[in-house]
Design a binder for this molecule. Structure first.
Ligand SMILES: [Zn+2]
Length: 143
């Protein structure tokens, strides 16, 4: 296969990482783990979230997921989606929130995975210090 063709295929393969696919995934997870009551209005990938994996604005029911997750295993992305979906119901990180998130069977494993990843990433970005943050709407819950 030519290099060009392979490139083209790679590009097409990325199409499933689009916002529409992400939203459909979130809706499916909300139905499976959160009684189908917490449906998001919008779910999208964002490029400018470096210090958090996701954020949620319960008032407008919008969820943003860091594009850094694109290449991670799907069960990790699913965890972040379930986490943000749970914030639609409970904005704070209290006991009841974590009970809700724990309905997703791989929640603990995914948290460990992301913590390990963050520890590695911190060491890398510490030097240039060029972290820029998105302005988030008031009432937004981070992570
Ligand atoms: Zn959170």
């Amino acid at each position: 296969m030519s290099r060009m063709l392979r490139k083209l295929e790679a590009k097409q393969g990325r199409r499933h990482s689009g916002d529409e696919e992400l939203r459909a995934r979130a809706v499916e997870l909300a139905r499976r783990y959160l009684d189908g009551t917490e449906l998001p209005e919008s779910v999208r990938w964002v490029d400018n979230q470096h210090a958090r994996w996701g954020s949620c604005t319960p008032e407008s029911r919008t969820i943003r997921i860091s594009r850094r997750l694109v290449d991670m295993p799907s069960w990790v992305v699913d965890y972040v989606l379930v986490h943000e979906l749970a914030h639609l119901r409970i904005p704070t990180h209290g006991r009841d929130f974590w009970d809700l998130v724990a309905r997703y069977p791989k929640a603990e494993r995914a948290r460990g995975y992301l913590e390990g990843f963050s520890a590695g990433a911190r060491a890398e970005t510490a030097e240039d210090g060029t972290m820029t943050e998105e302005e988030l709407p008031e009432g937004t819950v981070e992570d």
